[in-house]
Design a protein around this ligand. Structure first.
Ligand code: ZN
Ligand code: ZN
Length: 423
């Protein structure tokens, strides 16, 4: 190993253990379904070694059945090359129903990212958007179940050659993969003497942070950084969440491994000003870079991007909710992922490296009693609804955030990217 990390044969069983015990907290009798990025199909074949270890750990934890939906990126390239353009609105007839049936039966879902961030870079943007929108619409009921924490679910990552080459462009080709695995191991705390105990402690710290923020009852956050002057209103009853969530059956699980963020929902109609991205956004195989969004009354009214502007515009036009925000998340610059200084071209890592917001759907569990609300009630309370949810990074060492209290007083929350003293 180039940076004296854990050998893969030790790393994979540890990652599998953290995934099954901490991430999913899989219960005896629960089936496990493993797939790829939730809106993009099956698990990459490059993830097979991790998948096998996860399956072994899941069976040992009492899973009666582990199923895997595989996805092969070169096969998707075949579709772009050979399928008629007017067929890109077609989606699997059986998959959406099967996903929903699995979740409604109370079984667990694991999503593994091992994808090539440039996979669709050279495909026509309108076909990429059509595929993304078709997929998002078809799997929307499934995604809504997950966002409601109907069952315990988790997202993890596996190093894969094309992804590793993107993260370490300077490395020797045969070292990319080892280096990426080594970073994943460090960020997932697999090199700690007891990774499961290290995760318990870290998740407890995140919980303490959310409790502090929930006591503040901020009515808005004000962001200020080069290119950014933005006010994000927070609705009455917003809830800060971090680390662990709880499923409908009461299972405490950690939806992302790794995770460093605390997050809540913005008020969909109370976002005003301009925000500039601080990292490129890898979306559906294309890279959107150097972009700014201007908001008025919660809605995006102006879009600029140095790269990928067409895809960004189509993303925002997915549906009315795709032009509004559904998540606001805080991550200090001192977090281990930010400290790597790496760009992962993968939301699981990059969203934990910087404070961010998400275009699209808000999570009902980020509002008090939100999960019991009808869609209309949730919208009236300020919750955004959309078929999409895409995070983009706005945090940096230049970002200051103020919290606006109920009586109008303003106090520093983050300074130069880290928690302000007293927070
Ligand atoms: Zn987030
Ligand atoms: Zn998000």
């Amino acid at each position: 190993m180039p940076d004296d990390g854990l050998p893969l044969e030790q790393l994979l069983p540890l990652y599998a253990e953290v995934t099954v015990k901490i991430g999913l907290n899989l219960q005896p009798g629960q089936r496990l379904l493993i797939l790829g990025p939730v809106a993009n199909g099956g698990a990459s074949l490059d993830a097979a070694p991790l998948v096998r270890h996860v399956a072994a750990t899941a069976y040992a934890a009492g899973a009666p059945l582990v199923e895997v939906l595989w996805g092969d990126e070169p096969l998707q390239a075949v579709r772009f090359k050979c399928a008629r353009r007017d067929t890109f609105k077609q989606f699997s007839a059986w998959l959406p129903g099967a996903l929903v049936a699995h979740v409604e039966a109370g079984h667990a879902v694991l999503s593994i990212y091992a994808n090539d961030p440039d996979q669709l870079k050279n495909e026509p943007p309108e076909l990429v958007s059509m595929l993304q929108q078709t997929t998002a619409r078809a799997v929307r009921p499934f995604r809504e179940h997950l966002s409601r924490n109907q069952t315990n679910w988790c997202v993890v990552a596996a190093a894969a050659p094309a992804w590793a080459a993107r993260v370490f462009p300077g490395a020797e080709p045969n070292q990319h993969l080892d280096r990426l695995w080594s970073v994943i191991a460090r960020l997932c705390r697999l090199e700690r003497p007891d990774p499961v105990a290290a995760w318990e402690a870290h998740l407890n710290e995140l919980y303490t942070r959310t409790e502090q923020l929930n006591r503040k009852r901020y009515t808005a956050l004000r962001y200020s950084a080069p290119g950014t002057e933005l006010t994000i209103g927070l609705p009455d009853g917003h809830l800060w969440i971090g680390g662990r969530s709880s499923s409908a059956a009461g299972i405490a699980f950690a939806p992302n491994v790794p995770t460093e963020e605390v997050f809540t929902m913005p008020h969909k109609d109370r976002v005003d000003g301009t925000v500039r991205s601080t990292k490129p956004l890898s979306y559906g195989g294309t890279l959107i870079d150097g972009f700014s969004l201007r908001f008025a009354g919660g809605r995006v009214v102006d879009v600029r991007a140095k790269q990928g502007e067409a895809v960004l515009r189509t993303l925002i036009e997915t549906d009315p909710g795709a032009a509004r925000l559904g998540e606001v998340a805080l991550v200090p610059q001192s977090s281990p992922i930010a400290q790597t200084g790496l760009l992962f071209y993968n939301t699981l890592f990059d969203e934990n490296a910087a404070s961010h917001v998400a275009i699209g759907a808000a999570y009902k569990f980020t509002l008090q009693r939100g999960e019991a609300m009808s869609d209309d009630e949730f919208e009236r309370a300020g919750g955004n609804r959309s078929a999409t949810h895409v995070d983009f990074m706005i945090g940096s060492a230049d970002l200051d955030i103020d919290g606006v209290l109920g009586d109008g007083r303003v106090e520093p929350l983050m300074r130069r990217g880290d928690w302000a003293p007293g927070n």
